[in-house]
Each structure stands twice: as C-alpha cells, then as structure tokens.
Write a protein of this length. Structure first.
Length: 403
C-alpha cells in the first residue's frame, strides 16, 4: 500500500530531507553552484536543479553571482536567503540587558544595550525585555513581528516544575511566579529561557572550542562562578534547572557556607570566584590593583599576571589555578568529561598561561584527565549562545519543506 504524504520514505519526505541537507551545506560553505551541491549531496544534476528551483520559489535561497576564474563557462551560485527568517537573543544581568537580532544565516543585523542598574528596577521586567528587544529590532530595520523566536539567557534557571527563577537572588524583578505568563502575553513569538552559562556552552559547541565534542564541561567565571554540563551532545539541566550551579559547591580550603541560596554563594564561589583574585593580589602585596566590579578587576589582574612574568604574578596565577582545580576535581571525578572549556573574562584573560597551570593542578587532584582549553567565543558568549539556540529552532521550522 502506498504511503500517505508525510510518511517516512515517501517522495515528499525524501525531498524535504534533501532540501534541508542542501540548506545546511549552503549555511556551512556559503554560495555554491548547482554542480557543487549535487556532488556534496550525491544528487544528480537534474535533481539538484529541481531542488534549487523549489527552494528559490519558497524564498529560502537566492541566486547570487557566478563562479569566475575557472575553466569552462561561469556557473550560477546560490546562497541561503538571509531574509527568510530572523531570531533574537537576550543576555540578562543585574546591570544591563544585551539584545541582538540575527538573520537565518547567523549574521547579527541589529543589537541594543539597555542599562538596568540598581537593586530595585525602575521598570517592570516585561517592559525591560520588550524595550531591549525593540531596540535591537529597530537597529536591524525590522518590526517585532519579523522575529520568529527569542531566547533569553539569565543567571540561575527557571524551574520547569514551578516556572520561577531559582539560583539568582541577585537579579531583581525576575522572581514573580507570573513573569513567564506576562512575557508570553507581551511577545508575539515563541520565547525560551536558558541559563547564561549553558548558553556560553552552546556558543562554544556550535562555534568555538567544543565543536565536535559530545561530552564536555564549561567552567565560567565572571560575575559568578558556574558550569555547563554537556553529556551525549546535550545540555544537562537537572530536575530544577540547577545542574552546574557549582558556585554553591562545598570545597576544601573554604569555610562551609550554610543557607547558600540566601547568601547567593557557596564554598567554590568564595574560594575561586572573581572576588578571590583581588583578595589574593592584596595578600601577595601586588601593587596597582584597579578599582571597579570584581569581574573586571579580576580579569585585569589575571591578564596582567599572564603577560608580565614576575615572581608575584606567577604566584598569583598558581594560587588561582589551585583554587580553580580544587572545584574542577569534583566535577571531573563525577562526570569524567572529554573536555573542559575555560570561559568568562576571569578565566580567558589568563590565556594559555593560566590554562596550563590549571591543567597541571587538575592532574594532581583528579584521576580522570580531561583536556583543558580556553574558550574561543570571547565577545558576548552568552548572547551568541542565545542567538545560536534561537536560530537552531528557527531553522528547523522554516527549513522544513515537507509541509
């Protein structure tokens, strides 16, 4: 009996699979000719021609230029139509909201920063979110309805069982039990919420140091200390969304912190968080400690210590590396990851010098010996991860030609 439309193995589904394969190749390689697409997909020239005509008619690809400088006649090139869809991402901290819009190829076409200083927000969170999104949309020359999907990255995580934000008491205004419903009513597109460190891991997995890796840990140290756990190629979030909240981890060398959620801190945060770096520098008698937020001060001190090889700078990095490895040893012993990515300004500022010190310390403290690397995505990794997450879901929807 012949299969119905949409049944696996039917011509419609096979065509849709070929369409998606061609679109993914165009995203990866840029403009390609019909012949090149045919070779990469294994399709005949007539089938590749039909495929491109179908995608062009659907508004998913554009004819753009021709091949030049090769023997034989010039061939027409095709690319993904960047205007086929748009996705947006937000990176939320207590100090500001960064927003960006990307076209379906992944190119950022508009961005906006909304300052949100103060312990008590002057505007409701829904207004903050819509203002930040609208600023990026306006910068892109678009309308809010043009955005297919939005991913919002925040510290902590929204508990899937209650819908309330947990592990982020320092983010004012975001803890109302009605917040997600209010945001859904105010925004015309699907909205997803993700932990900020998890999004940094998404960025590294799609674009950076973790490409091709199925099991890795990303250790983040910037405003707070956290981790993202990728197991079998997928983020592990935990029952309440709190997997990776390693700042609360009790560790040797730091006093036990009780009622950690009220303190919004724990042993590992106290031992190796950004605030520990200027403390260590003062203890060592290092001069010229800058003023400012802990994350900025820590990054500046670590960068200087890595660049200027003095006795005190070396000691600062060694002490910091030991503290970082102390907490990492617990993660490595439980998870046995293939790779550990060091991310966040307080870690990436140390570059290869700090990485090597942490690697050496970890090999002394843990039986498993994963490879440590410094993250490649340095410019707004949380925002980039939000865009990549939103784009992945948008492409699955827009590139599905089986319907």
């Amino acid at each position: 009996m012949a299969g119905t439309a949409g049944t696996p193995g039917t011509p419609r589904v096979l065509r849709a699979m070929n369409d998606r394969a061609a679109l993914d190749l165009l995203l990866e390689h840029g403009p390609l000719s019909r012949t090149r697409i045919g070779k990469l997909t294994g399709l005949s020239k007539p089938t590749a021609s039909q495929l491109l005509a179908r995608l062009e008619a659907a508004g998913l690809v554009l004819a753009t230029g021709t091949t030049e400088g090769r023997p034989g006649p010039n061939a027409q090139l095709y690319e993904v139509n960047p205007k086929a869809a748009y996705a947006a991402g937000l990176d939320v901290t207590p100090e500001r909201i960064l927003a960006a819009v990307a076209d379906v190829t992944g190119r950022t076409v508009g961005s906006f920063e909304l300052p949100t200083p103060g312990r008590r927000p002057t505007q409701p969170v829904v207004r903050q979110v819509t203002d930040a999104l609208d600023g990026a949309v306006k910068a892109a020359g678009l309308a809010r309805d043009d955005v297919h999907r939005l991913v919002i990255g925040t510290p902590g995580a929204f508990d899937p069982n209650t819908g309330r934000l947990r592990y982020a008491s320092h983010l004012p205004g975001w803890h109302s039990p009605a917040l997600l419903d209010e945001l859904a009513a105010a925004l015309p597109m699907p909205v997803e919420y993700e932990n900020d460190v998890n999004l940094a891991a998404v960025a590294e997995q799609r674009l950076g140091a973790a490409r091709g890796h199925e099991d890795f840990v990303l250790l983040w140290n910037e405003g707070g200390l956290g981790a993202a756990l990728v197991l079998g190629g997928r983020l592990h979030r935990g029952w309440t969304g709190g997997a990776g909240e390693v700042g609360f981890l009790p560790v040797p060398g730091a006093p036990l912190v009780r009622q950690v959620t009220k303190a919004n801190s724990g042993g590992f945060q106290e031992l190796a968080g950004s605030q520990a770096v200027p403390y260590l520098a003062r203890e060592l008698g290092i001069d010229g400690i800058p003023s400012g937020p802990y994350a900025e001060v820590a990054a500046a001190l670590v960068a200087r210590a890595a660049a200027e090889d003095t006795v005190l700078n070396r000691k600062l990095l060694e002490l910091y590396a030991t503290r970082l490895a102390t907490g990492l040893a617990s993660l490595v012993s439980v998870l046995d990851p293939e790779l550990v990515v060091l991310s966040g300004a307080s870690l990436t500022a140390g570059g290869e010098v700090l990485r090597a010190l942490v690697q050496a310390e970890l090999e002394e403290l843990a039986a498993a010996r994963p490879r440590l690397v410094v993250g490649d995505v340095r410019e707004h990794p949380v925002l980039r991860g939000a865009l990549e997450s939103a784009l992945a879901a948008t492409r699955d929807e827009v590139f599905d030609t089986s319907r």
